[in-house]
Design a protein around this ligand. Structure first.
Ligand code: SF4
Ligand code: SF4
Length: 481
């Protein structure tokens, strides 16, 4: 399948016309705002959703438990050994993104990328300050950085809240009882958020992000992109006649441009499409890497065309080459095609493997391995001891005590390395992180040790209900008499 030509005008791009893009109303602005609100609400509200996690953990629905090396997502608990599920999620995300790009161009960049969402939010804050205190005033130039820094700190706090108990976290931060890592994370994230969203802004998209370089390979002739319908736009308004000095504002310019009725294209060269563009792109030069596909120029031009009473769609989402067709109507979008079908199948496979992985996640992981080296130790009273490495982890929120016993060896006693004396069963309290890794000693009473090797079974059960949680087949060595 042929791929689309995307002009690399990033390097020779003209600077943004305005330091803060103008506001615009329209369909894509509304979609963009709705998506931004949804994502911001997800980001800031999720850590505050409560979920019963038992007595030893914060009741948080989504929690990254770094000390316990696990992730909680509502009823699911992921451990490092569940990495294949995380890989499935990444593959699903990657092919989902490829598919969305093949169908609708850079929708990820224009509507959902955190860089886009936060830059848009910071622009809104800047505009609000200018409206409140006046453009270029001292108060405005103080208020803007103060508001931006506050927003950056709030963003960093929102991120850190995923790793801590959100309701008690602010107090812990203020009283100095939060972990040192929390202060470091908030400091670094505040700085990077401010740097990316308030200072670098569109430069991240234009010069640092690799995605624009990939998009040329992912787009094809059927993909939707932002197009300027050159056939009806040119020659532009200003070319026809010099503007009179009193026509300095947009309304006057539109009125002036509307008064001509022959021999010119529909573009009145008002620059509205450029002035609303968050990356300062002039889409009339063709599809460019700097264009993030946000559709704001579509809304801007739609507004202008409506005001000068010309058909809308001079700038519109359409397939590449629609300009040459010379039609006022948008081409029919071909969503189902070999490339998109392939992405859909790959997404389904990734989703299926994730679902299988989740349903097969074990609640209890038990591992009992004989220690390497000397197979047994003969004690002075004639008893024989074998050493095992014992690892137990579980995802049962209300399990806090287990009982361990061995079967297959009459009169055997068990103890962990930290205990003095052994018993037939060992009761063990499970700490908050629900993992235990210790040395387990199993001792056969004098005269009870097997000759050579004997199979035994180590069983772990719930101390309260008696239900078996896990068992492991292993072996016990005695002296070969
Ligand atoms: S908004 Fe429309 S009319 Fe104005 S410069 Fe852009 S393309 Fe031309
Ligand atoms: S050219 Fe249009 S679609 Fe592209 S980034 Fe600028 S405003 Fe968004």
């Amino acid at each position: 399948m042929a791929t689309m030509t995307v002009i690399d005008t990033v390097s020779q791009r003209r600077p943004a016309r305005l330091p803060i893009p103008q506001t615009v109303r329209g369909r894509y602005r509304t979609i963009k705002t709705a998506i931004a609100w949804a994502l911001l609400a997800f980001y800031f509200i999720t850590p505050w959703i409560r979920w019963d996690r038992g007595p030893s953990l914060p009741d948080q629905a989504v929690l990254f438990d770094l000390p316990g090396r696990r992730l909680f997502v509502f009823g699911l608990e992921f451990w490092p050994q569940d990495l294949p599920i995380a890989v499935g999620a990444l593959v699903l995300g990657a092919f989902g993104l490829f598919g969305a790009t093949a169908v609708a161009g850079r929708v990820w960049c224009g509507f959902t990328c955190p860089q886009t969402v936060w830059t848009d939010l910071f622009f809104t804050v800047e505009r609000f300050c200018e409206r409140l205190f006046g453009k270029g005033t001292l108060l405005s130039s103080i208020a803007k950085p103060v508001a931006q820094i506050a927003l950056a700190v709030l963003t960093a706090f929102g991120f850190a809240a995923f790793f801590n108990d959100a309701p008690s976290f602010p107090l812990a931060l203020v009283t100095g009882t939060a972990p040192l890592g929390a202060y470091l994370a908030i400091g670094i994230l505040s700085l990077t958020t401010w740097l990316f969203a308030a200072y670098a802004k569109e430069r991240i998209c234009l010069h640092m992000c690799p995605w624009p370089r990939f998009q040329a390979a992912l787009l094809d002739k059927e993909s939707l992109v932002v197009t300027y319908q050159r056939w009806r736009g040119e020659p532009r308004g200003k070319k026809r006649e010099p503007l009179r000095p009193e026509l300095s504002d947009l309304t006057a310019l539109i009125r002036e441009a509307s008064s001509f009725d022959t021999g010119r294209g529909d573009c009145i060269d008002c620059m509205r499409c450029v002035n609303v563009c968050p990356t300062g792109v002039d889409i009339r030069d063709g599809l460019q890497m700097g264009c993030i596909g946000c559709g704001l120029c579509v809304d801007a031009c739609h507004e202008v065309m409506t005001r000068i009473d010309r058909p809308t769609g001079l700038i519109r989402f359409d397939v590449e080459g629609s300009d040459r067709a010379g039609s006022f109507t948008q081409a029919k979008v071909q969503i189902v095609r070999p490339k998109t079908l392939l992405y859909a199948v790959l997404c389904l496979l990734a989703f299926g493997s994730m679902a299988v992985g989740i349903t097969r996640m074990e609640s209890v992981l038990l591992d009992v391995e004989p220690q390497r080296g000397q197979p047994f130790v003969q004690l002075s009273d004639g008893s024989v001891r074998n050493d095992f490495s014992f690892r137990l982890a579980h995802r049962l929120p209300h399990l806090d005590r287990v009982v361990i016993r061995a079967e297959g060896l009459d009169g055997a006693s068990l103890r962990f390395a930290t205990e003095e004396t052994g018993q037939e069963t060992v009761a063990l309290a499970m700490p908050g992180n629900r993992r235990i890794s210790d040395r387990l000693f199993i001792t056969a009473a004098p005269g009870q040790a097997p000759k050579g090797r004997a199979n035994i079974r180590v069983i772990v059960s719930d101390a309260e209900s008696g239900a078996t949680l896990g068992e492991v087949e292993t072996y016990f060595w005695g002296p070969a008499r």
